[in-house]
Design a protein around this ligand. Structure first.
Ligand code: PEP
Ligand code: MN
Length: 338
């Protein structure tokens, strides 16, 4: 971190600021005093420094960051790709992690039928929401604990590990017992209490990008979980809010190479929530694989027209089967396999 000081800053002010900085973090402070400009170069782990607190000093003109504020999620300190194990599936390895299943668990028949079908097509993990974050309080909110039970039955029937969204930190113990991977939805990406609690457990967390989150904010949320000691984090780009209204969200496909460059964590793409349109799931899946995603999360429903949630973006098991075949060559071309 470089702190540029205002012209005319006195030695006393530099000493006071240096003292404050030293209290916040153990960094080496190198002052460079020029005729026009005085700067303080901070060397060491600056992650505990609060830039806004430093900026509040009258003598500070501006702060320049030379390193990212996230450490554990940062590729600079961890050059190798992280591979996260979810049940028997690996996320982040050569083989793509294909997560498929309905937006929400609706019934035993529904979730089991979909689980068996997507497993036949080669899916590696089953998804299905039990607790649903819905915009309207009158919309279907999920089967909740009964949904978790049905997911477990579908896991037993299909052998697929399960991932489902958590909404409250109070449910963590239950999720620890029941599921193989805990999903944090876009709306909770900055629920810092939840993230902190998830940092204390030993269970993979699938962290979706927030609706309007920058990549740095997203990685800082991963850092919250990792700072607590849980380093099994999987990122998922699910589209962001832009001015475009044709699609539900705009899939930020460029986030994949950016995240791969900045972080060692695996990154998935969810073209279902990313586009909100069934017909776009296949082309966006192909794009995501081509650009280097470690896997895909797709909403699959056996009767999309009657789905209780997100039917418009859900594809049928046979369409999922087609996609699995379509991406084989693309995966090969980028050194991956399906
Ligand atoms: C989901 O995956 O079920 C979901 C609600 O997605 P998001 O949090 O990305 O909106
Ligand atoms: Mn959905």
């Amino acid at each position: 971190m470089i702190i540029v000081l205002k012209q005319g800053t006195s030695q006393k002010e530099i000493d006071q600021l240096s003292e404050t900085i030293s209290k916040m973090a153990s960094v080496v402070i190198n002052p460079v005093i020029g005729t026009d400009l005085t700067i303080l170069g901070l060397i060491g782990d600056t992650s505990r420094l609060d830039p806004t607190q430093i900026e509040s000093y009258h003598c500070v003109d501006r702060i320049m960051h030379v390193a990212e504020p996230y450490k554990k999620a940062n590729r600079s300190f961890h050059p190798d790709n992280t591979v996260v194990r979810v049940g028997d599936a690996l996320v982040g390895g050569r083989k793509l992690a294909m997560i498929a299943g309905p937006c929400s668990v609706e019934s035993r028949e529904q979730i089991t039928e979909i689980a068996l079908a997507v497993r036949e097509s080669g899916a590696s993990i089953l998804r299905g929401g039990a607790f649903k974050p819905r915009t309207s309080p009158y919309a279907f909110q999920g089967l909740k604990y009964e949904g978790l039970e049905l997911l477990k039955e579908a896991r037993a029937a299909s052998g697929l590990p399960i991932v489902t969204e958590i909404m409250s930190p109070y449910d963590i113990d239950r999720f620890l017992d029941d599921v193989d991977c805990i999903q944090v939805g876009a709306r909770n990406m900055q629920n810092f209490d939840l993230l902190r609690q998830l940092g204390k457990i030993s269970k993979p967390v699938l962290l979706k990008r927030g609706l309007s989150a920058t990549i740095e904010e997203w990685l800082m949320s991963a850092e919250y979980i990792m700072a607590g000691g849980n380093e099994q984090v999987i990122l998922c780009e699910r589209g962001i809010r832009t001015f475009e209204t044709y699609t539900r969200n705009t899939v930020d496909i460029s986030a994949v190479p950016v995240v791969k460059k900045l972080s060692h964590l695996p990154v998935l793409v969810d073209p279902s929530h990313g586009t909100g349109k069934r017909w776009m799931v296949s082309p966006m899946t192909r794009a995501a694989v081509a650009v280097g995603a470690d896997g895909i999360m797709i909403e699959v429903h056996n009767d999309p027209q009657h789905a209780l949630c997100d039917g418009q973006q859900s594809i049928t098991p046979s369409a999922f089967d087609e996609i699995m075949k379509d991406i084989r060559l693309i995966a090969q071309a980028v050194g991956r396999e399906v």
